[in-house]
Write a protein that binds this ligand. Sequence first.
Ligand code: NAD
Length: 495
Amino acid sequence: MADSTNGRTDPRWSLFGTDPFPILLGDGLVAGSGGVGELVAPHNRQVVGRFSVPDAGQIEQAVTAARAAVDGGAWSRLTGRDRGDLLRRLAELVEKHADELAFLEAVDGGKAISGVRSNDIAVSLEALDYFASRASFRAGAAVDTGDPVVHHRSRWEPVGVVLEILPWNGPLWTGVQRMAAILAGGNAAILKPAELSSASFLRLAQLITQVGFPPGAVQVLPGPGRVVGEALVTHPGVDLVSLTGGVQTGAHILGLTAASIKRTVLELGGKNPNLVFADADLPSAAMWSAIGGFSNSGQICASGSRILVQRPVYDEFLAAFVAHAESFVVGDPLDPDTQLGPVNGANQWDKIWEYVEIGREQATVLTGGVRYDDPVRRDGWYIPPTVLADVAPNCPAAVDEIFGPVVTVTPFDDTAEAIRLANDSRYGLTAGVFTSSLATAGTVTDSLAAGQVFVNQWFGTGGVAIGSQGYKQSGLGGVGMEKYLQQKNVFTRLT
Ligand code: NAD
């Protein structure tokens, strides 16, 4: 297994530059005056680049520019079609620079580069395309008022200045998807990438300056959540705060926005149950369960990290599932054959190993659970796909979101018990059902407390158009583009 960073002969390394990545303020790139953050490559724990952070004055400037853009500025005067054209132009640039963006995401995020191309880049392009078309067409509604001379119509209007706080596990695709929806709706977007992983989005910021967006329409301000994030969250010029991140962060931000009743939308974590019934096609269920549990080394909010298996097929399923877990190619994220890279940081790595130890004490480690000792992987935050079997439903490994390549497996006897175990969680983001019975699929999906349910597969396609909202502590607020819009109802007397 090779380490592609040796010698750094690949010209793409120059993308990290010698100076820190600038911030996108107004409509131009400038050095942030609030300090410098480091970009660390998870596959070898080395600092590979730096980014600059805005200071309080630059944050103020950004909000002022965004306000001007939506309060009568050039951005607010564009038609939906014009906004759509700008998003399409950005899509062309993303496509043209896809290789660079994928490289940065793989190095800075530790994500396998083939997966970045087939998922993160593809979803980003799909989102730009979809929201470009939505920009030029915004349907309203009309109700019959019952009075022939009173006419009603409703219309969707932009909320104004939107702060979008990004997670580190997929800055490019989550960021582009949300930014495209914000801009399509006619809002100004201020995007704050996570301090842990922002290189791909900071390269995107450079591309954004080539599109020709009016000043203040879209700005990118990276930095620590507690500093840059909070200054923006609490700024009275920001109309809506949207976070994709952890539950604790979501609760904290809700506390900050409560006093001013600022609109707050949260897309949070999950501990998603995956129900495998005895009548399921087991080879297929095992394959999809491995995809659901281990993709991006388990660092996906929608991961199927908590598998429940009906007792008659428990052993047979486990044998097939473990074989899939052991077949993943885990290694250098820049190697096109790699399927799983390292996890994204020291804190994450330490936390995941703690749960592996809990699993070792309270359950059975069927595969994984041991640190790599080869020259390439021992230098990075690598964790092998780990299967914990016979896990009690109340074991912390089965209760908490681990956000790593660690999947718990628990047996169940009947449908009622499966539904009870599945729903016994503070989360409700996704869930899955594997069965050959349409009746079971129908009954169980309707009983699961989750915003997305997968039947006989894991992960959905077309997500950019559908949007999704977590149940319970997995989310709060609107779905899709509408979360960045507000509805106005107009009643007109025709006489
Ligand atoms: P995190 O909550 O630590 O950080 C998310 C973002 O919030 C970062 O940009 C961070 O800088 C910012 N932040 C932190 N504290 C802040 C504060 N006080 N004020 C303002 N901003 C602040 O989460 P994470 O660890 O980066 O991401 C992983 C989590 O995100 C997981 O729980 C995962 O399930 C969730 N996630 C959810 C979705 C979804 O669509 N539901 C998608 C991806 C990730």
